[in-house]
Design a protein around this ligand. Structure first.
Ligand code: LLP
Length: 440
């Protein structure tokens, strides 16, 4: 690879003249040395640039990009996307509090989730001058509960009906992350959608402001996404022709824009938006604001997980490279058989021959396996696992008594913030105390 060249188009990763992997001027090997490994490093400029590019795809039409903060809820990242005008999609009371404390306008928050607790609904209804932007209804049964909480609060809660489009996209992505088929727990069944709209319309404590769909994640082509958008648009067009929906302000086609994990994807988040806007216009719904809820596509490519090689080992099965990051730090390979590229931080001109290494973590599970990767024959000291900015840290756990990894945030090639590693000794003491066992 050329020095200074961008490693992959949507990413801010480059190699400098000495072939060191960098975010801008920051050499990732310096970050690994300063904070220790495993650590996540994120490029906030790349994230902000991506948010701006997505915004341009709306060409000034009314819209809201609701960043799905489950992908990465680090405060620095939520603040960076909020500064670009994004709202957020939250899925818990804690995410709601986090978003508000990061300065996201309450008007720009939508709240999805099949099982929102009463206290979480109360928070959503009480937050902000008029409650949050919209609580997304996910079942006919949930409506009465939201209405009761709003009545109790003496407020009119703004709601949106999230439908289940009943289309099976399990082949178009991983089955675990397809949510729009009729065996999935998500959304109001399509056949109940008109009822849901009628029940909401009859309530003095609810106001129907939106209709939405989210059919799944990591769609690598436009068709599945457009298919679910069309189901929503057909429904809304039909409902409106049956009678006016005066408070309806937005249609929300959800998240799911796929990212390139190294297979050479050419479709961009902007392409998804432009295609959906064309469908929206074709359905005569151009007067409604278009909401989208991207998570992964805003952050995945701008985060790496750095790991140090602890040990190599050769067996008849493989040439193993054991690193200090495991499935507790990045569970996607174990959970979805996802492949993340693994690259050395530094390239050594004297060590150019590549061989296949099976890269695995230290966790006592066979699924703690990052797969086979071409890496220098002499094992590198530190490697970067790419595209780890989404669903990495937010899905991390302390399994095997491993502390959560440090996170480092970079702007203009400088570290602007970092978190600290959960202390293992404190973790052990707390667990011991919880069982009433005296600690040493
Ligand atoms: N909106 C809703 C209602 C969602 O459930 C999700 C993701 C999103 C938006 C954002 O989707 P995205 O743009 O990130 O595809 N842990 C899995 C992904 C789970 C996605 C869950 N819902 C993974 O690592 O692939």
């Amino acid at each position: 690879m050329e020095a200074g060249s961008v490693l992959y188009a949507a990413m801010s990763l480059t190699r400098d003249a000495t072939s060191a992997l960098c975010f801008g001027e920051l050499r990732l090997s310096d970050a690994a040395r300063d904070v220790g490994t495993p650590c996540y490093v994120y490029d906030l400029d790349g994230i902000a640039d991506g948010a701006r590019a997505l915004d341009r795809a709306f060409a000034g039409a009314p819209h809201l990009v609701c960043y799905a903060i489950k992908a990465n809820s680090a405060g620095a990242i939520v603040r960076a996307v909020a500064a670009e005008g994004c709202g957020v999609d939250v899925v818990s009371g804690a995410e709601l509090i986090l978003a508000v404390s990061c300065g996201v306008s309450t008007e720009r928050i939508v709240y999805s989730g099949v099982a929102k607790r009463d206290d979480e609904l109360d928070l959503a209804i009480a937050t902000g001058p008029r409650g949050i932007g919209a609580v997304q209804i996910e079942s006919l049964e949930e409506i009465a509960r939201i209405e009761a909480r709003a009545r109790e609060a003496g407020r009119r809660a703004r709601v949106s009906v999230r439908i289940n489009p009943a289309i099976d996209l399990r082949e178009a992505t991983h089955a675990h992350i397809a949510t729009g088929h009729d065996e999935a727990k998500f959304g109001v069944p399509l056949e109940d959608a008109a009822d849901a709209v009628r029940v909401v319309g009859a309530s003095a404590h609810l106001e129907l402001v939106g209709m939405g769909v989210h059919a799944g994640s990591q769609f690598t082509s436009l068709d599945p996404y457009l298919h679910s958008a069309r189901v929503l648009f057909d429904l809304v067009r039909g409902l409106r022709s049956a009678g006016p929906l005066p408070s309806l302000a937005f249609i929300d086609t959800g998240g799911g824009f796929g990212v390139d994990y190294g297979e050479g994807l050419s479709v961009t988040p902007g392409d998804f938006v432009r295609a959906v806007r064309a469908e929206q216009a074709a359905h005569g719904l151009g007067d409604l604001a278009l909401y989208v809820e991207p998570g992964r596509s805003l952050v995945a490519a701008h985060g790496v997980l750095l790991a140090r090689v602890i040990q190599s080992k050769a067996t008849s099965a493989a040439r193993w490279l054991m690193i200090d990051a495991g499935m507790n730090d990045l569970i996607r390979p174990a959970l979805y058989q996802a492949r993340h590229r693994v690259v050395p931080l530094d390239l050594d001109a004297a060590n150019v021959e590549s061989v296949v290494w099976r890269v695995v973590g230290p966790v006592c599970e066979s699924s703690d396996d990052f797969g086979e990767h071409l890496l220098p024959r002499l094992a590198p000291e530190v490697v970067a696992i790419l595209d780890a900015g989404a669903y990495g840290y937010t899905m991390a756990s302390a399994y095997n008594g491993r502390p959560l990894p440090v996170e480092v945030f970079v702007r203009a090639g400088k570290v602007v913030a970092r978190t600290s590693r959960g202390a293992v000794a404190a973790w052990a003491a707390e667990r011991a105390a919880a069982g009433g066992v005296a600690t040493p």
